[in-house]
Design a protein around this ligand. Structure first.
Ligand code: F6P
Length: 338
């Protein structure tokens, strides 16, 4: 078997560990050939790839980013159900010319959707969920999420001292696209007083009451964690943190400052959890190929690494629900979710 591996969409810590897990298992355990495709699906359009052997794979376990590079190229017209685009034809030509028996696609929700359409063209595909957003259905965690939570939590920890020193409200914006997983997990781990998620409505009056109540209880400062995708006034072009900070200052009179954590959440070395998840998922993907089980995404369900049909994941989002244990428990401890 000759497999082509690619990484697509937003990068994060843990991708290189995943590449290592797939390739070392495929080469050493199953005797397969591996080709590393550069810049995500763009590498299939440009026939831009390199043969991988065990030597290429040293030093990858703890390295951030992706040695293959990534892109957000769209192979198929978003709205069209037709999978036969000019780009798709170029991709199929490359796959055939290179004699690739299977594609391993590592990426987020966009990658899963593209891989599902490639699968419908009759190409053998196996995917691995990787995104700091953790918004891919049917897997408890995506590679990179734990590492991003760690970065965001450490950043939130750092805000408490400056908030109390200056008697300020500190607002920090974390990534997550349209989902609130990163804000929920880091907001609770970092001791946020207010945590705003795209999935839950909020009222500025409620936020103001929480901040004033804290003042009356001798805590003239607050930490507000907001997901980048929360609802803001439709007319504004401000970032979520800037919008919320200004609204809080207007509502309470408190001096308020905002921090947008941005791409720091996508960098650095993966946590041990993400390294081991990448190793297990990468190895499982190689096993699916060896057993000729295609059209599937590797998934973590509880403690078990398994796989699910790609068609059940594509074009879908996993979003936070109000009954999540961290929300239920947070509310019991006085955390405001809006
Ligand atoms: O999907 C991962 C992510 O970091 C999102 O959380 C964020 O909204 C988006 O990528 C940023 O996209 P780009 O890297 O293209 O700026």
């Amino acid at each position: 078997m000759r497999i082509g591996i690619l990484t697509s969409g937003g990068d994060c810590p843990g991708i290189n560990a995943t590449i290592r897990g797939v390739c070392k298992t495929a080469i050493n355990h199953y005797g397969m050939e591996v080709v590393g495709i550069h810049s995500g699906f763009q590498g299939l359009l440009d026939d831009d790839m390199e043969a991988f052997d065990a030597e290429n794979l040293s030093g990858l376990l703890g390295m951030g980013g992706t040695v293959l590079g990534t892109s957000r190229v769209k192979l198929f017209p978003r709205r069209s159900a037709d999978n036969h685009s000019e780009k798709a034809a170029r991709m199929m030509d490359t796959i055939k010319r290179r004699g690739l028996d299977c594609l391993v696609c590592i990426g987020g929700s966009g990658t899963q959707a593209t891989a599902a359409r490639i699968d419908q063209l009759g190409v053998n595909v196996v995917t691995i969920p990787q995104t700091i957003d953790n918004d891919i259905p049917l897997t408890d965690s995506s590679i990179g999420f734990d590492s991003a939570v760690e970065v965001a939590t450490e950043a939130i920890d750092r805000l408490h001292s400056t908030a109390s020193s200056h008697k300020r409200v500190m607002v920090i914006e974390v990534m997550g696209h349209e989902a609130g997983w990163l804000a929920l997990h880091s907001g609770m781990a970092g001791g946020g007083d207010i945590v705003l998620l795209p999935e839950l409505p909020y009222k500025m009056r409620n936020l103001g009451n929480v901040i004033i109540d804290r003042l009356k209880r001798g805590k003239p400062y607050s930490i507000v964690v907001v997901a980048e995708g929360i609802y803001t006034d439709g007319s504004t072009r401000k970032r979520a943190a800037e919008y919320i900070a200004q609204e809080i200052e207007y509502e309470t009179g408190f001096e308020t400052r905002e921090t947008v954590l941005g791409y720091l959440q996508r960098g650095g070395t993966p946590t041990s959890f993400d390294r081991n998840l990448a190793t297990l998922m990468g190895g499982y993907a190689a096993g699916l190929i060896a057993n000729r089980q295609f059209g599937r995404m590797v998934a973590l369900q509880g403690e078990t690494v398994t796989s699910v049909p790609l068609v059940e994941v594509a074009e879908k989002r996993k979003l936070v629900t109000a009954d999540h244990p961290l929300i239920v428990q947070g509310k019991r401890m006085g955390v405001c979710f809006g």
